[in-house]
Design a protein around this ligand. Structure first.
Ligand SMILES: [Zn+2]
Length: 228
């Protein structure tokens, strides 16, 4: 298929290939080394700054249009992985004023993490070199309220079991300590993540990763970072 053998005349060896026209310009974008990403603390500050800008009514998301994706064809280097609630009022991109390529998001009602979620987080940390994981709950979370109602004796809807059951231990812990179930749930998931996979534990130990808990205030949109 490459023309081998077509030049065999009289048993002489095929002529050496002749350089003709220069090769057409590559259509694939050049792959350039990824710039150094932010440290965990720098990434956290960028999220704080982005949320502060959101609260001031500024929209500086950056990359938000289809054309902007051209700049991101070489890969992604998200500054943070957000483990958030599926609640339609808690989109990390908007709350943190970050456009395409900035946030790697895993969103499940109640911001818990199952095995698939954990693999996604490990992928972001290990392969995308993401320096920060934020477990972000929110006030007025229906999933946490559902877990509280089970603790209070309501019947468990089997269809919602996978969503609710993981939230029951932090609800019990919050009640034992008179804490906020939403805050305790976010802290609980963050603590679990820190030891859920060796690669995450190693990155935390090495200082290349921080895992923090946060709560988005439903009414104001402020994201309050807990213990960070
Ligand atoms: Zn929620």
């Amino acid at each position: 298929m490459f023309g081998f053998g077509k030049n065999k005349t009289g048993g002489s060896p095929p002529p050496a290939p002749i350089e003709t026209a220069p090769a057409p310009a590559a259509t694939e974008p050049a792959v350039t080394p990824a710039p150094r990403g932010p440290t965990p603390d720098e990434a956290l500050q960028q999220l704080r700054d982005g949320n502060a800008a959101f609260l001031r009514g500024e929209n500086n998301l950056g990359h938000v249009k289809a054309n902007d994706l051209d700049d991101l064809q070489g890969g992604q280097n998200p500054i943070a992985t957000i483990v958030g609630c599926a609640d339609s009022r808690t989109p990390p991109t908007i709350l943190f004023n970050q456009g395409f390529g900035r946030l790697f998001s895993i969103r499940v009602a109640g911001n818990t993490v199952d095995r698939r979620g954990l693999s996604s987080i490990v992928y972001a940390v290990k392969h995308l070199k993401c320096p920060l994981v934020v477990v972000m709950g929110h006030t007025g979370c229906g999933a946490v309220a559902a877990a509280e109602s089970i603790v209070d004796g309501a019947a468990l809807d089997p269809s919602l079991e996978e969503m609710i059951v993981p939230i029951i231990p932090p609800v019990l812990a919050a009640r034992a300590g008179n804490g906020s179930p939403v805050e305790e749930n976010a802290r609980w998931v963050a603590r679990k993540l820190a030891t859920a996979d060796a690669s995450l534990a190693d990155a935390v130990e090495a200082g290349t990763l921080k895992i923090v808990a946060a709560v988005k205030q439903m009414h104001s949109g402020e994201v309050k970072f807990l213990d960070a």
